[in-house]
Design a protein around this ligand. Structure first.
Ligand SMILES: [Zn+2]
Length: 276
């Protein structure tokens, strides 16, 4: 089995917000074009640690990225490194934290936003920095523009693994709170962009997973154990059979082995088992 996989990480988009706002994704589930489960994140439910958990199948305590203030090059086998070692092509449209984790080079403010180097674990990428990010300056790229960059990378390089990381729902959640109209609107904006991108990516031959790193509470925060922080959606568009039954709560630790398995790449020792 050797499928191409796109993984979409909707930063900060919790389960309830996604299920209530993502009419395209939920419609695909109702039609039988996709499946959706509730997924429980590892902890601390923070972005950097969860990016690495999603890619390594390990808890933060095991992979060592336990805080957004402690970002560094990944020291564990991960989806990017294992795919590259297996001769696969990797690519990403993502925030610069992913450059810190999976590109073994210093960040160059004037060059790293477009990255092409077959000798790095992310081989092709469009990165964004969010420099100046804050409550009065959201610095959030439009999801439809990020989707366009994904399509450009897919058509130019035909990567076997292609990551999309969107950031705006997290930003709006930190600014207005997880129960705000602004946050819910932004979660829907991701769905609205994906409604136009997913059919194109399916035509390009990709299986697609859509999930989130963590949720967001009303106090504009995440990082702890609250359900609203740890419950995220997991959507799957693809041909896998033997799927978990409806209503099963999935673990975020299973994403890495699942993505690798769909590509026909063996997981690393210690990675939690595949979800299907
Ligand atoms: Zn956040």
């Amino acid at each position: 089995m050797s499928n191409k996989v796109i993984l979409v990480i909707m930063d900060g988009a919790g389960y309830e917000a996604s299920v209530s706002q993502c009419g395209y994704l939920e419609g695909a589930v109702e039609l039988g074009q996709a499946k959706r489960w509730k997924m429980i994140t590892a902890t601390p439910s923070l972005s950097g640690p969860m990016y690495e958990t999603i890619h390594t199948g390990l808890w933060p305590h095991e992979h060592g990225i336990v805080s957004n203030e402690g970002m560094r090059l990944s020291s564990s086998p991960n989806i990017f490194s294992l795919a590259r070692a297996a001769g696969k092509t990797t690519a990403a449209v993502a925030q610069s934290y992913y450059h810190a984790l999976y590109v073994n080079q210093p960040w160059d403010r004037l060059r790293s936003v477009e990255h092409h180097d077959a000798d790095t674990d992310i081989q092709h990428a469009r990165f964004y920095s969010m420099e100046g990010y804050g409550a009065t300056n959201a610095m959030a790229p439009a999801e439809i523009d990020l989707c366009a960059q994904m399509t450009i990378l897919a058509e130019a390089h035909d990567p076997d693994y292609l990551l999309l990381h969107t950031c705006a729902a997290d930003t709006l959640g930190h600014t207005f709170g997880g129960d705000s109209a602004e946050y819910r609107w932004q979660v829907w904006m991701i769905d609205n962009a994906l409604s136009r991108a997913i059919p194109t990516w399916r035509e390009l031959g990709y299986e697609i997973i859509v999930t989130a790193d963590h949720g967001m509470n009303a106090e504009r925060h995440h990082g702890g154990m609250e359900k609203i922080m740890r419950e995220v959606p997991f959507y799957y568009f693809g041909d896998a059979t033997d799927l978990p039954s409806d209503g099963t709560e999935l673990t975020q630790l299973g994403i890495a082995s699942t993505v690798l398995g769909r590509m026909g790449v063996a997981p690393a020792t210690g990675m939690r088992p595949a979800l299907f």
